[in-house]
Ligand binder design. Structure first.
Ligand SMILES: Cc1cc2nc3c(=O)[nH]c(=O)nc-3n(C[C@H](O)[C@H](O)[C@H](O)COP(=O)(O)OP(=O)(O)OC[C@H]3O[C@@H](n4cnc5c(N)ncnc54)[C@H](O)[C@@H]3O)c2cc1C
Length: 394
């Protein structure tokens, strides 16, 4: 199978790289570090992309996008993830919150919520998981009950809610009745609503990432219901489908592996052959996962997505993240512990500087890779899905 991205996608890739070089510092490791300036970089970068019509390039024209092809969307995902996602948390608004509102929202909801996402002005968080409802999401127990004067009252707890501490809006699942998948409703509500408490969960992913969110009699009016009351599972299915192809993990693996020989300089020349072979094998595996991603995308473009194939891709991509992280750490050896001479490492002209920057990027990648097989559906759940499909198809 041949995958031609075409001239427009190539031009887009070049433009994105120009913008990243111009607006994102070379040592940027994502929006969620201890340095608050990194979050500002991401917020400003979203506005730059919005100004150039690139932030929501994949959206249909009627919603301010330009209906970018699936290959242009792939280029966007690859370049963003390869460069430590300079859109920060806003990728979620663009990738799945906006499309879910386009599909399930009322005209008023579309008019209200889509323009701020397209302008790069708003951060959304996803209030799905709960302490006893992660893999088994239909077990969720947060309730929304009818309020006397109209609207709804929400009570319960969410956990692992990424970015809740910096988000303005929450895309929330709550039970309005029924059992399991029946009786779940989606609510769109401001995170600063009275009765909402956000508590950060300290983790190796850095600040703003994981949070617990408590709902104590939070009022939402009917305009905050997305789709039909009790029919939220249809929305969830769409969201999970958008989300699971949303991150091009292989692109960061590829970039870091490609950077290794130059960054390691003298260290590279002294590596035993076995380690160079592992590096080459990891590059080949990365290429394999990239092609698997393109196969999934091609099928999606032709309108016949098989959830088991998407799951197989996710298994391959998340395991690749972890194995490449190990290969890179081993290549760095003691250099992973930080620069031998911090003074030389501070000078951008010194090779120590390049090595220290590379080591920091590898360390960041290693930490994120640990969570890859849990977020958006665990490895075991993806394998269950593949297994069930194989049994069904004999
Ligand atoms: C980095 C990160 C960001 C996240 N961001 C968000 C967010 O923004 N919003 C949100 O709502 N959630 C978020 N999550 C939560 C994520 O969706 C859940 O962690 C995930 O669905 C797993 O649920 P759990 O943590 O409750 O684990 P559990 O479901 O309790 O699973 C525990 C273990 O048991 C295994 N297991 C469970 N059921 C089965 C089964 N039937 N068969 C075989 N094995 C099984 C799992 O694979 C896992 O190994 C995030 C998680 C991470 C790591």
């Amino acid at each position: 199978m041949e995958f031609e991205f075409g001239a427009e996608s190539d031009a887009l890739r070049a433009r994105l790289r120009e913008l990243i070089a111009e607006h994102v510092p070379a040592d940027f490791l994502g929006a969620f570090t201890d340095d608050p300036r990194d979050l500002e970089v991401a917020q400003a970068f979203c506005r730059v992309l919005a100004r150039d019509g690139l932030l929501t390039m994949a959206w249909p024209e009627e919603y301010g996008g330009r209906g970018g092809s699936i290959w242009e969307q792939t280029v966007m995902r690859e370049e963003m993830w390869a460069h430590h996602e300079p859109r920060g948390a806003q990728y979620m608004g663009v990738n799945w919150v906006g499309p879910a509102i386009m599909k399930h929202g009322t005209p008023e909801q579309r008019a209200r919520f889509l323009p701020p996402i397209a302008a790069g002005e708003v951060i959304w968080c996803q209030g799905f998981s709960e302490p006893d409802a992660g893999s088994d999401l239909p077990a969720l127990r947060t309730t929304a009950t009818r309020a006397d004067g109209g609207g709804w009252r929400i009570n319960g707890q969410k956990c692992w809610t990424s970015y809740a501490g910096i988000a303005q809006w929450c895309f929330l699942l709550a039970r309005t009745g029924g059992h399991r998948r029946r009786g779940i409703t989606v609510f769109l509500l401001p995170v600063d609503s009275p009765g909402i408490t956000v508590r950060p969960i300290r983790s190796m992913l850095g600040p703003h990432h994981l949070n617990e969110v408590f709902f104590d009699d939070v009022a939402v009016d009917d305009s905050g219901v997305l789709g039909e009351v009790g029919e939220g599972w249809a929305v969830v299915r769409d969201v999970l489908a958008y989300e699971r192809v949303g991150i091009s993990r292989y692109a960061r693996c590829d970039r870091l592996l490609q950077l290794a020989p130059q960054a390691l300089a003298d260290v590279w020349d002294d590596l035993p052959e076995s380690q160079v072979t592992r590096w080459a094998t990891a590059l080949l595996e990365t290429r394999g996962v990239r092609l698997l991603a393109y196969k999934v995308l091609q099928a999606q473009a032709e309108g016949h997505t098989d959830p088991a194939v998407v799951a197989a891709y996710r298994v391959a991509a998340t395991l690749l993240d972890q194995s490449v992280a190990e290969v890179l750490m081993d290549l760095l050896g003691s250099a992973a512990l930080g620069p031998a001479d911090p003074a030389a490492a501070a000078d951008p002209a010194d090779p120590e500087h390049r090595l220290a920057r590379f080591a920091a990027a590898v360390e960041d990648h290693w930490r994120y890779a640990q969570a890859a097989t849990i977020a958006s559906g665990t490895l075991e759940m993806q394998r269950n899905l593949i297994g069930r499909t194989l049994v069904r198809h004999g």
